[in-house]
Design a binder for this molecule. Structure first.
Ligand SMILES: [Zn+2]
Length: 430
């Protein structure tokens, strides 16, 4: 007898008619026609069952602070940083915890069960760190939260940032962050990458840096990060986030850079929503998109995970907690429109990001944690098109969030009375 059986699921890899059986919080079997008894049975009715969504790049200390202490009028990254600098000294631990907990509630209803959040360590009080360490513990039963020590004002440029970053790691922050393009000079940026990789090597920690988040075609910090990854033996433990300058770089240089990244075992985390919003701000027309070269990196076998970065904060007034919004934007901005492309982008908001974060027991395989999302969609391509309701969100075999299927009543003579968007799926793959 199983605790739970999901019947007639379609899996992200295309297998149909699968039953998923759960015992003691783990997946016990995946196959068609499981007949054994179960405490609870959920009929997936041929719809997509996915492993949880994973957000590998977020700022949970700033989320839901939109409008505090004022709005970002220029909409630029730099005004966002300045605005956060106004809020940071006056924010309290209680507010930070409350906002982060409230954000996690929303994220769970969207099927998100793991988030890597950067935590600003620029304010010497480190209330951001105290708050998010508390949140990490409180959400642990339903959401894995990883924390990155992030010197927002620069590791060398920010006053006391070196000491504060080290103290944050001592307090239990999991990952070493950085922001080389925000240091005073290109040389300082390169030196910060080296210093931070050394700290990660000494402490046995991973690295995740905001890297080349500019439109400057001559920014070279990704190259440095790849080189220092190899030098310090950090292969498989380093991620570069954003990498938007790569959009503007010379093609010849990129043809050298991509193999260097691939060779270093570095992962990359573009953030399509915020990159589309913030980059190209100094352009008139034509206006650069500023999103890094996702399809080219995927072709090279570089691990690509996609993050949200921001939801309703000084940098981004939009955001819903839904990683399918991220994949949807990526389809448009990268012109990755084929079914295979969409599958790859669905992987970028699920399995790729889980691998980058090193999540244990993640996936739809026998023996993995019984963490799953039933979507009102037929397959990954349809899931990205529709960003549909998450009918059931299951954590360790227990339903933790439910949303009713989307349907509308139509009152038009001679037309059907009920319209279900998911029923408009194409007859077959293109
Ligand atoms: Zn970020």
């Amino acid at each position: 007898m199983f605790d739970l059986v999901l019947r007639n699921a379609t899996l992200p890899d295309g297998r149909q008619g699968q039953d998923i059986a759960v015992t003691k919080g783990r997946i016990a079997a995946i196959q068609p026609g499981i007949t054994a008894e179960a405490g609870q049975v959920i009929d997936a009715a041929g719809q997509l069952v996915s492993p949880p969504f994973v957000d590998p790049h977020f700022h949970m200390d700033a989320t839901l602070s939109l409008g505090l202490p004022r709005m970002n009028l220029s909409g630029t990254l730099l005004e966002g940083i300045a605005l956060w600098g106004e809020l940071r000294p006056i924010v309290t631990r209680e507010e930070l915890v409350e906002r982060a907990m409230r954000y996690c509630d929303l994220a769970v209803t969207k099927g998100v069960m793991a988030v890597r959040s950067h935590v600003d360590v620029s304010d010497p009080r480190l209330v951001t760190v105290e708050a998010l360490l508390e949140v990490r513990e409180r959400v642990a039963p339903y959401l894995e939260l990883q924390l990155v020590a992030f010197p927002q004002d620069g590791y060398f440029r920010g006053p006391d940032a070196e000491e504060a970053l080290s103290r944050a790691l001592d307090m239990g922050v999991d990952i070493v962050g950085g922001i080389p393009h925000f240091e005073r000079t290109m040389e300082d940026g390169a030196a910060s990458v080296e210093a931070l990789c050394r700290i990660a090597a000494d402490r046995g920690l991973p690295v995740d840096m905001h890297c080349d988040e500019t439109d400057d075609p001559l920014s070279r910090h990704v190259e440095t990060l790849a080189a220092q990854t190899v030098r310090f033996g950090l292969q498989g433990r380093v991620a570069g986030s954003h990498l938007t300058s790569m959009h503007s770089m010379d093609n010849y240089y990129v043809s050298k850079l991509l193999p260097l990244i691939a060779e270093s075992g570095m992962a990359v985390i573009p953030n399509p929503l915020i990159n589309m919003m913030l980059q190209g701000r100094h352009d008139t027309y034509p206006k650069r998109r500023g999103l890094t070269r996702i399809p080219q990196m995927m072709e090279m076998g570089i691990p690509v995970g996609l993050g949200q970065d921001c939801v309703m904060d000084p940098w981004y007034s939009m955001g819903t907690g839904d990683l399918l919004d991220v994949a949807h934007m990526a389809v448009h901005a990268t012109q990755m429109g084929s079914v295979a492309d969409k599958r790859a982008l669905f992987d970028a908001v699920t399995v790729n990001s889980a691998r980058i974060m090193g999540l244990e027991g993640y996936g739809l395989e026998v023996g993995c944690h019984a963490d799953m999302v039933l979507l009102q969609a037929r397959d990954p391509a349809e899931a990205i098109r529709l960003r549909p309701n998450r009918l059931k969100v299951i954590r360790r075999g227990r339903v933790v969030a439910e949303t009713a299927p989307e349907q509308s009543r139509l009152s038009l003579e001679g037309r059907p009375p009920l319209i279900v968007p998911a029923a408009y799926a194409p007859r077959q793959a293109d």
